[in-house]
Design a binder for this molecule. Structure first.
Ligand code: HEC
Length: 145
């Protein structure tokens, strides 16, 4: 099994590299998020690693109760999917025109890390279905800046 393990570590470094590439300026590589035992990161470690790497680029985060229309499907999907890597982004962060491309970028990451591709060791990330994605974008646009 040793080979597999090395491969997995290699791939996780690759992922970090891929994420890093898009944000080179100001990036600080912190490996502290990778747990001592090996390749699996839990969600908390993941978030910490993201914060270490891209601090200011990430949404500062709001409280789920402060979302507009907090009981709606859209608000719940947002709290479910969009807090996997960083704090909860409020719909007011972007205009209705901007949201689809932002969500698209996030969605690509979620798919990449959800094990649909070869990135299975980030086991904990879930990607939305098409319907959920539409509901998310609709919600964000409805309450956009
Ligand atoms: C797989 C990890 C991951 C998930 C899940 C994720 N994000 Fe992000 N998000 C990032 C990273 C990395 C950045 C910083 C780099 C960037 O902006 O692309 C970021 C930055 C952001 C930003 C600030 C940058 C900007 O363009 O305003 C917003 C807003 C945001 N995410 C919204 C969302 C929303 C909405 C969702 C849920 C649909 C979501 N994120 C889910 C990883 C993720």
């Amino acid at each position: 099994m040793k080979d597999n393990r090395n491969l997995a570590i290699g791939i996780s470094l690759l992922i970090i590299g891929v994420i890093g590439l898009s944000i080179l300026p100001g990036m600080r590589m912190t490996m502290g998020g990778i747990t001592g035992g090996g390749m699996l990161m839990d969600r908390h470690d993941m978030k910490e690693m993201m914060k270490g790497m891209m601090g200011a680029l990430l949404p500062p985060g709001i409280n789920p109760e402060n979302l507009p229309d907090p009981q709606s499907t859209g608000a719940q999907l947002l709290a479910q999917y969009c807090t996997q890597c960083h704090e909860l982004p409020g719909p007011g962060m972007h205009t209705a025109e901007e949201w689809p491309s932002v969500v698209d970028r996030m969605n690509q990451r979620m798919w990449m890390m959800s094990g649909q591709g070869m990135m299975r060791m980030m086991h904990d990330i879930k990607a939305p279905t098409d319907n959920e994605l539409q509901a998310l974008v609709a919600y964000l646009q409805r309450h956009a800046r």
